[in-house]
Structures are given as structure tokens and as C-alpha cells.
Ligand binder design. Structure first.
Ligand code: FMN
Length: 191
């Protein structure tokens, strides 16, 4: 089944093809060099006042960082995330050293992650973002300082057939991809 986005007019093919799988090839191995372009894309994302409030923590399957991330994943995510080649924790600096909040930190981190995911897809990898992590446990495990929050984790790797997943997950993997209609989200006069 095609996972391709259905659009009213053609869009950038990478954006149309990108989707969030749960079935990852457990034999695919990534190295830091494989993700350099994706992190460069994330680094060059725009941000409020050019504050660049993002930090990424990266574990590759089998290494200490990856293994320390695994117990912080919510139950429903720990069924499939360990199969990915890498797990990246996306951290936002939500307050400066004086404790002054940056109200755009989460917005800016999300945009940086979007750049990452588009570049990763361009390079042949699939990314799946998840909010289902224990942020407090991540903070403790990785000495994340005051003023910084681990907001999402994302898996990166190579796609495997959906049939390799447990049945319930296989069903979700094959479910149609849906979005609100364009007319619901773009308005030209009033809200
Ligand atoms: C901030 C955020 C949190 C998410 N959390 C989870 C999660 O905990 N578990 C999961 O399986 N997917 C999670 N997702 C993936 C979304 O469910 C997915 O992006 C959405 O259903 C659209 O599917 P698509 O990315 O394939 O287009 C999350 C996505 C985002 C952006």
C-alpha cells in the first residue's frame, strides 16, 4: 500500500514520501557520519532571535547511549523503537541561565527536527518522532542541565516490511495516512 501523501497539487517529493514507520531493519547500521547531513540541516533551521535552542543526543543501536535511552521509552513505543538504527533525543533550551523562559523554544526545536527529518528522508532513512518518553528519567540519565527539556525522541533507520511487526502494530503500519482537508486548515478571511 502506498504511504505517499495525497495532495491537491504536487509538492516536494521528499515531503510527500516522508512518513513515520514502526518497522525498522534490525540489520541496518548507522554511524555518526551517516547523520551529519541531517544534523547540518537541523542546525541551519531558523529560530527566534537566532537563539538555536536545540541540542541532540544520539545513540546508535547497541551503544551505551542507545541502551540508556531504551528504559525511558513509554511501553507502547518500546515495542518497536529498539529496532531502529539510531534514537535521537531532541532537547530544547526552554530557559536561559537566569531562568528567563524562551516561549519559542519548543516551536524552534520542532522546526529544527522537521529539517532533520526531511534531510534524513532525502538520504534514504525513515524518521519517527515520539513524545512517549520519560523526560525526567532522560534528564537524570544524561545530566541534562536546568533550563533544558528533552521534548521528543526520534528513531532513524531503514525501513523493513510491516509484516515483521507484531500483529497490532502491523495493522497500524498499514492504516491509511489521513489529514484534515486543506480548507479546514487554511483560511483567507477570518478564522
Ligand atoms: C511531537 C510528536 C509526538 C509523537 N508521539 C508518538 C508516539 O509517542 N508514538 C508513536 O508511535 N508515534 C508518535 N508520533 C508520530 C505521529 O503519530 C505521526 O507523525 C502522525 O500519526 C502522522 O503520521 P506520519 O508521520 O506517518 O505522516 C508523534 C509525532 C510527533 C510529531
Amino acid at each position: 500500500m502506498s504511504r505517499h501523501a495525497t495532495t491537491s497539487t504536487p509538492i516536494n517529493p521528499v515531503l510527500a514520501e516522508r512518513w513515520s514507520p514502526r518497522s525498522y531493519d534490525t540489520t541496518a547500521v548507522l554511524t555518526p557520519a551517516d547523520l551529519t547531513a541531517s544534523f547540518e540541516a537541523a542546525r541551519w533551521s531558523p529560530s527566534a532571535n537566532n537563539s538555536q535552542p536545540w541540542t541532540y543526543l544520539v545513540g546508535f543501536r547497541g551503544d551505551d547511549t542507545f541502551n540508556a535511552i531504551l528504559p525511558t521509552l513509554a511501553g507502547w513505543n518500546s515495542a518497536w523503537m529498539p529496532n531502529a538504527s539510531a534514537i535521537v533525543i531532541a532537547i530544547a533550551q526552554v530557559a536561559d541561565a537566569e531562568g528567563k523562559a524562551n516561549p519559542y523554544a519548543a516551536y524552534d526545536l520542532g522546526q529544527s527536527v522537521a529539517h532533520f527529518s526531511v534531510q534524513a528522508h532525502t538520504d534514504g532513512y525513515h524518521v519517527h518522532q515520539v513524545a512517549g518518553t520519560d523526560a525526567a528519567a532522560l534528564k537524570e540519565a544524561f545530566n541534562i542541565p536546568e533550563g533544558y527539556e528533552a521534548l521528543v525522541a526520534m528513531t532513524v533507520g531503514k525501513l523493513a516490511p510491516a509484516s515483521e511487526l507484531p500483529e497490532a502494530l502491523e495493522e497500524r503500519e498499514n492504516a491509511p495516512r489521513v489529514r484534515k482537508d486543506l480548507s479546514e486548515v487554511v483560511h483567507y478571511t477570518q478564522f
